[in-house]
Design a protein around this ligand. Sequence first.
Ligand SMILES: Nc1ncnc2c1ncn2[C@@H]1O[C@H](COP(=O)(O)OP(=O)(O)OP(=O)(O)O)[C@@H](O)[C@H]1O
Length: 635
Amino acid sequence: MSEVEKHGFQTEVKQLLGLLANSLYSNKEVFLRELISNASDAIDKLRFISLEKPEVLGNDPEFRIRVSADKEKKTLTISDNGLGMTRQEAIDHLGTIAKSGTAEFFKNLTGDQSKDSQLIGQFGVGFYSAFVVADKVTVISRSYKSNADEAVCWVSDGSGEFEVSQVTKADRGTEIILSLRDDETEFLEDWTLRSNISKYSDHISVPVQMLETVKPEGDDKKEGEEAEYTEWKQVNDAKALWTKNPKDVSDDEYKEFYKHISHDFQDPLTWTHNKVEGSQEYTSLMYIPQRAPFDLFNREQKHGLKLYVQRVFIMDDADQFMPGYLRFVKGVLDSNDLPLNVSREILQSNKISAQLKKACTKKALQMIAKLAKDDDKTKYETFWAQFGSVLKEGLVEDYENRDEIFGLLRFASTANTGSEQNVSLEDYISRMPEKQKNIYFITAESYQAAVASPYLETLKKKGVEVLLMWERVDEWVMNQVSEYKDKKFINVCSADLDLGELEDKAEKEEQEAKATENKDLLERIKNALAGEVSEVKVSGRLVDTPSCVISEGNAMLTAQMRRLLEASGQKLPEEKFVLEINPDHAIIKKMSAEADDAKFKDWATLVLDQALLADQRGLKDPVAYVKLVNSLLLA
Ligand SMILES: Nc1ncnc2c1ncn2[C@@H]1O[C@H](COP(=O)(O)OP(=O)(O)OP(=O)(O)O)[C@@H](O)[C@H]1O
């Protein structure tokens, strides 16, 4: 054995190891699924390499995973003849977590063990789950590229460090030896292992073998042969789940397979399994998780389907088949038409992959639509809470499926008493009074800001429902969609709020009359606010509030959008507002009666500042505002 080299785990791995025992307490046996999954991935990868270089298989061409227990030593060994790891790969892969966004994820943990261990499920623990049952893990691995004496031995007790040394290993592949804790010896029992392996691994295509005692009897027994001997026998079904007829697959099998491909501990919310024959031949099996992954909004998040061509694994995270707004969909795509030597670059510009993307997108949207119709309403609520804001991106990203996506959206609304997002556009349209031709909505900083906005006042008075939006993505999306089923989307904060036929002739005339009547007042306010506002108008949208501001012309940078752009580092020109006043409001009446120009200016400033505050625009000089309010209160 060569010199032993010590390494420390990456900080995040240490944190993960610290939380594991708690998070996997009630389903410790998942370590077996995770290690068998890794072994099967390692075999899939080598099978792929061998397509071009069959010589890498050498004299060991039969892929298999082996599980064996040693009751005396209290060890459980999982070995595979996959691609193996070099010394450096073992250091890199078994000492760090390579997922982007990992550091942020760990920074955001609360420090409360029980809460954090729930979150860890979102993360996928993989190899490290071995430490839940073992107090020492030894990995002996030889890469398919290395010689027998260049194998690596990796050992750790999971506390903070691991050791690596060079060893000799006769065959290619990886052997993981778990020294089980005293209270975990049930995993040495033949029956426990067999039942867990068949539960977790029936659906993977690689045979998983265990040693079986064979008792030759009668004619089989040869002269001089020992009474009993052991032989490696296949334990699992080893038939890739997606290749089966959907009718022959149980819900439990679908759920287990999901856990195998996703490394999630929870069951999926739903799935769709489709075998398509004809001009294109492919099978897709797609799932929606119950919970969003920790990196759903990380640009570098790996997502997409596991790609197989004619049942041969080609690559993980093939994002060419799923649009970005469906990045939470997990699953497998097995194509008969793509070439086996397909690369990411080829997929990017390939006609077949474009057709497959279209088909998979449609199927995924149908799966979501079916979930929306499920009798169990909580399922769609869960889906919407986890992935709704991502799905909305599809309105911009996927013009072709816009109507389908619109149909899946759920909103908060003034028709509800709380902030729950459960109103579909169909619900909204079905409640529209005959005279209403448009769909009204508001975007704001928060639910509270939206529902209490002065911009809703007239619509509320007229009994018109308004959809309330406050998610980051809303402003951007709603700026880019104009209509649904011939109904225009109208932002109630827009400069020229189009009430269409909801505003009758008499109201229009009344409004015009008020504008004429208050012409001097409007002019006086504009002068008093010299340069602060571009125009002062009589408002048609206010009832209980003295004033509001709207953006000049149709520039329509709402407060929310402005903040988003500023946060992204854009320099925006200073905004000019149109101030709308409600001449029937007592404050405006009081202001109008003020003869003293200086005092009038104070009132005008107050009315503008209040409008800016109500629109969550913030004030340039909040201290001056407080002084002004106090002086008017004490006057
Ligand atoms: N049996 C094995 N053979 C070869 N490489 C392995 C084996 N087990 C683990 N590895 C390597 O170690 C890496 C880390 O494994 P780990 O289970 O922690 O994460 P993962 O499988 O990449 O991610 P996740 O489990 O979240 O999908 C793997 O990506 C792989 O490169």
